[in-house]
Design a protein around this ligand. Structure first.
Ligand SMILES: Nc1ncnc2c1ncn2[C@@H]1O[C@H](COP(=O)(O)OP(=O)(O)O)[C@@H](O)[C@H]1O
Ligand SMILES: [Mg+2]
Length: 315
């Protein structure tokens, strides 16, 4: 195996529930690899197996050439984990928290102090080192959580939804930090259910839904999977939920229609573009007896791709 991380046929069950279903992907050294999927897709489960926190049911994982079954300790030492649920000690200050987590990786003395201070500086909390987590805003707590995961300078950084519940400024700071970590030589695996974030920072993206891989590649590669599809947006005046259901049903079965999504008075139809396919949609729409207030079409993006490949929206 030659990639930095190789995941082969990974399956993880909770009782009868298959949370991760035969997943395959590789992460190259020094890239930001994004796992994108809706809630419940299996992102956290994948990360918990990858970081050795839980055991897999089937499959193989290698990290930096180490086998997850045989070399658990070696893999643990390579990884810095930033969990989805913030894991810091409320009674410790910011600096004491980071020192504690870095000390678990064997850092001591002056090296420990300078690494902890550097990590706080990196996440923009240098002037808050004496603050306790409960005095911090949501965004600062998230940034502290990140500092705790990266202070020991791990080669592989794994971050689970690091921007959930943060203000716009912290979010920008966190996304920039992830890019800086990559630019300094780390490999980053990062999960999110925000399409725009993943588009912005990831070198490659794996899209998962219901535990399964939907597609994997660079943004351009993913979008190219759906280049023959366009999103048509029709703005109308919907009068009832029954009508909405009826419209969705009738449009969905039309030839060339890949997916239909309705939000407020906007109907979005992802359509395989062929001769007359738009005309047919408009003709069908006229039979609903609804006004067309506006109509526009858009070239595909990752949203289109997700909707087209899974039949439902990301959120
Ligand atoms: N500890 C657990 N016990 C039982 N089911 C779980 C557990 N953790 C997650 N699940 C289930 O596994 C599926 C995948 O969850 P998760 O990996 O947390 O998804 P994501 O991180 O993409 O939101 C979901 O259906 C979730 O309810
Ligand atoms: Mg999760």
């Amino acid at each position: 195996m030659s990639s930095y991380v190789e995941v082969r046929n990974l399956t993880k069950k909770y009782g009868e529930l298959i949370a991760v279903d035969n997943l395959n992907f590789e992460v190259e050294k020094n890239e930001i690899f994004g796992l994108l999927g809706p809630n419940g897709a299996g992102k956290s489960t994948t990360l918990s197996v990858l970081t050795t926190l839980s055991d897999l049911n089937k499959g193989d994982i290698e990290v930096c050439g180490y086998d997850i079954r045989k070399d658990k300790m070696k893999i643990k030492q390579l990884i810095g984990m930033v969990p989805q649920d913030i894991a810091v000690y409320e009674q410790l200050s910011a600096l004491e928290n980071v020192r504690f987590f870095a000390s678990l990786y064997g850092l001591k003395g002056k090296r420990l102090t300078s690494a902890a201070k550097e990590a706080l500086e990196f996440v923009g909390l240098a002037d808050r080192q004496s603050m306790k987590p409960k005095q911090m805003s949501g965004g600062m707590r998230r940034r502290l959580n990140i500092a705790c995961g990266i202070a020991h300078d791990p080669g592989l950084i794994v971050m689970d939804e690091p921007t959930v519940g943060v203000d716009a400024q912290s979010r920008e700071h966190i996304l920039n930090s992830i890019c800086t970590l990559r630019d300094r030589g780390a490999t980053v695996i990062y999960t999110s259910h925000y399409m725009n974030e993943v588009e912005e920072i990831c070198d490659r993206i794996a899209i998962i839904d219901k535990g399964q891989m939907i597609a994997c590649g660079t943004k351009a590669e993913l979008v190219s999977l759906v280049t023959d599809v366009q999103s048509i947006y029709i703005e109308t005046k919907l009068s009832s939920d029954t009508l909405e259901l009826e419209i969705r049903k009738k449009l969905k079965v039309m030839p060339n229609v890949k997916a239909v999504a309705i939000e407020g008075n906007i109907i979005r139809i992802d359509l395989l573009i062929e001769q007359n396919s738009i005309t047919r949609i408009i003709e069908q729409f006229m039979t609903f007896g609804l006004p067309i207030m506006n109509i526009k079409s858009e070239v595909p993006n990752l949203d289109t791709m997700f909707l087209t490949l899974t039949g439902h929206e990301l959120r």
